[in-house]
Ligand binder design. Sequence first.
Ligand code: GLA
Length: 381
Amino acid sequence: MNPVERVVQAFADHFDGRPAFIVQAPGRVNLIGEHTDYNDGFCLPMAIDRATWIALRPRDGTVSVQALDMNDALTFGLDALPRDTAAWGRYVTGVAWALQENGYTLSGWEGVLRGDVPIGSGLSSSAALELAVARAFAAVSGFAWDARRMAQIGQQTENRWLGLQTGIMDQLISANGVAGHALLMDCRALSLSPVPLPPGTAVVVMDTKTPRGLVNSAYNQRRAECERAAEVLGVPALRDASPADLERAADRLDAVVFRRARHVITENERTLRAAGAMGAGDADELGRLMNASHDSLRDDYEVTSHTLDTMVNSARRQGGCLGARMTGAGFGGCAIALVREADVAPFMANVAREYEQSTHLTPDLFVARPAAGAGLVEPAA
Ligand code: GLA
């Protein structure tokens, strides 16, 4: 059974009958442009062919969800959102809260939810869940789907309901992904330009299978360091500073803050160059920029980990690998590699073997195809 058939079947098992709607929202990988979104900068993510699906039908002012992967369920009234739910449920109640906070009138629904974005591994399973829930509410409540606005609803859920100070990248790509393409994102203008993957290449996801330790506190600390750097440089955000501006301010910046700023400023440049390289079909240049991005995240931003570095080093040793880097917030989770199509099978086998030998952990490697963003799915006939 494909994922759509599985939610339709599960819906029938739990609620009897057929769902009125099926919605999906994808996870993502970021090709380059890491820790730049909250600096008003540029990033280059793609939505992937792993997603969260919900099969649902309308009901009174109550939401009732069966989370198949968790073997858990949640029912709540839209006029009395509970705070004390399981972790996954907080995304559902949080999206309901953010939509109502922004003036949307919501109808209730009942449905089943499942996903195949690995949880907690840096592929944005949370953004996928938020956008799928938002899409479900749009379907039953009958309001128009505004992808950019819904990405902001997802971000508000994170920032104000869950207390996580994340940027907009994950929600924006889950809402707006374009099949076959990554999107160059300007996180100040919230503008998006599709760029195709270089012909003959594939993006391999390499899950280190290590949890992302300390991710929230370290993430917030990096944000604060970037704000400090922008303040000393006298710019609204690091997006507005050039490498020359940074050099001129070097003696006024603490050494750590200087390195954090150097990562962000050079990463913005690399991201724009990477989009140019992709537009020109230059896979070698994209790979070189991905390598430089990882090295900067390792040495200046200090958000890689032993397992991420081990995986990336192994990937770079293989034939057909054009570049490799961590993806997402870091501190564990996933790395990605740009690999020539013809070399993907030996690449995956060799990296898995080498990684397991040196870490005694079994990684998960798979090819991620660039997919479309959140939307309604046609049920199989
Ligand atoms: C997480 C956040 C994003 C972004 C990345 C790092 O995925 O949710 O907003 O900051 O980390 O690039």
